[in-house]
Design a protein around this ligand. Structure first.
Ligand SMILES: Cc1ncc(COP(=O)(O)O)c(C=O)c1O
Length: 472
């Protein structure tokens, strides 16, 4: 079999998979145990035989696809993973095949040029100055910069490293002193505390900001948090805000927080891994009013921008912050050379790095700006419609009016554990796959509307299914 024949077979299989998922002919999720799957996929024998082509490949692919979680199924409502656009997935294939590890320009000029371009698209959305394409002027500031990394967690870590370096550039060489703190809402994604641990601040030194009853940062309490840190002789590496928070999907008031940080000279990092994509919507971008006042921001293309996993953007207002943080020495890479492009190597953590910009670009170029805007508006609008529907059901409650496509709700009459059991039952039954979170110590079911195929009819069916299970 040739690559072409195998490839055609794979594409045929994927198209059938897509259709049966959208048509709900298969369960949205099907979880077998690992041992059963090792056997069913026949992994050990296939490794030995080394003949994964033709019919073997076809059988393997069928078994693999039968044991996937189907993001294209309209009942996929669980996690913040983009339902990938098919053209974006072709981008993954092209990138995998060409394997241009583009951290240095000479290892992937097209991939690096596209990443550069996509970083600039995002910088402009934020309102920051894009990177100059005249590379000779690259080191004349001010302008923004950024890098596409392997996930929002790594992007948050990268941002906080830049903030730490801005505060004290000796730490990289000497190690972190004990007086560093980070100010962040407890509603932040766990990768923020994890990053604080990794970069030597310490998870315990993430000082929680005062929040309103829905977990949004209270601007009026920022001064007190700042003073408390100052009184204890602490140095603030950065202040973090959510746009939007993972649990509730609510946006912190980034403009007002930005004013405060700018006045105090604190690095302001906005985690927009999920909700930063609202910048692509004419109506929803107001949720991020004043975002240009931030120093760094994360936007995951693999969440709300329909790009195959993984593709996260770390963006900074001042390019010199990345240049100064990630300069390194390696004789085999850094030496005099003709470089008509730009090396991303000095912008972040990774050495070998996939050409993440390609699938991002291909997704947006296939959809066009109007369709990506319509996708975001529809998903956000649907969460609001579902909220309006659920809150008038006598047996359900929804505590937070959604601002994005994330919605939490619960059955009134049952305890925390039963909410989880209902989720388990839904997963077993296979028509819907949703997640769950705790807000204020209370367990909620949580939906994230990622799939453009999901409609209000599906969500009404979900509520009916939960009601039926509760009755049992
Ligand atoms: C607000 C926020 N930040 C960061 C992350 C982590 O992103 P990733 O899963 O791409 O590492 C998430 C993931 O859900 C998130 O919701």
């Amino acid at each position: 079999m040739s690559f072409y024949d195998d490839g055609r077979q794979v594409l045929t299989g994927l198209e059938a998979y897509y259709n049966e998922s959208v048509q709900k002919e298969k369960k949205v999720i099907r979880q077998q145990g690992i041992r059963a799957l090792h056997q069913e996929l026949d992994l050990a024998a296939r490794l030995k035989a080394g003949n994964l082509t033709g019919e073997n490949l076809e059988t393997f692919l069928r078994t693999y696809l039968d044991n996937t979680t189907r993001l294209h199924h309209p009942g996929f409502l669980a996690h913040q993973v983009g339902v990938p656009h098919p053209t974006g997935a072709l981008g993954s294939l092209i990138d995998g095949f060409t394997n241009n590890a583009m951290s240095i320009y000479e290892m992937g000029p097209a991939a690096a040029a596209i990443e550069f371009f996509m970083v600039n698209v995002l910088l402009e959305k934020i309102g920051w100055v894009p990177m100059p394409t005249e590379i000779e002027t690259r080191l004349t500031y001010p302008h923004g910069a950024g890098i596409l990394t392997h996930g929002g967690s790594l992007a948050n870590l990268t941002a906080l490293l830049a903030a730490r370096n801005r505060l004290d550039s000796t730490i990289r060489e000497n190690g972190a002193p004990p007086d560093l703190v980070l100010l962040a809402p407890a509603s932040s994604h766990y990768s923020i505390a994890k990053a604080a641990g990794i970069i030597g601040i310490g998870e315990k030194k993430v000082l929680p900001l005062a929040l309103d009853s829905h977990g949004r940062v209270r601007v009026s309490k920022l001064e007190a948090a700042f003073q408390a840190a100052a009184d204890q002789g602490r140095r603030i590496v950065a202040l973090v805000a959510n746009a939007c928070a993972t649990g509730t999907g609510l946006y912190d008031p980034v403009g007002e927080i930005g004013d405060f940080c700018n006045e105090k000279g604190i690095w302001f990092h906005v985690d927009g891994a999920h909700g930063g994509a609202a910048l692509f919507s004419g109506t929803r971008k107001k949720l991020l009013d004043g975002i240009h006042k931030a120093d760094s921001m994360v936007i995951d293309a693999h969440k709300m921008l329909r790009t195959p996993t993984v593709c996260a953007a770390l963006l900074v207002k001042d390019a010199s912050a990345l240049d100064q943080t990630f300069q390194s020495k390696a004789e085999y890479l850094f030496h005099e050379k003709k470089n008509p492009g730009f090396d991303f190597l000095g912008q972040g953590m990774e050495c070998t790095k996939a050409g993440l910009g390609l699938k991002f670009f291909m997704t947006l170029a296939a959809l066009g700006e109007k369709k990506i805007e319509a996708y975001i508006d529809t998903a956000y609008g649907l969460a609001l419609e579902a909220f309006d529907y659920i809150r008038v059901q006598p047996d359900f409650e929804a505590p937070v009016k959604p601002e994005s496509n994330i919605l939490c709700f619960r059955l009134r009459a049952v305890d925390n554990e039963t909410q989880i059991r209902i989720r388990d039952r839904l997963i077993e039954e296979g028509s819907f796959y949703l997640s769950s979170t705790k807000l204020g110590g209370v367990r909620y079911l949580r939906i994230v509307i990622m799939n453009p195929e999901t409609t209000m009819d599906h969500l009404r069916d979900l509520i009916a299914a939960i009601r039926e299970m509760a009755a049992e």
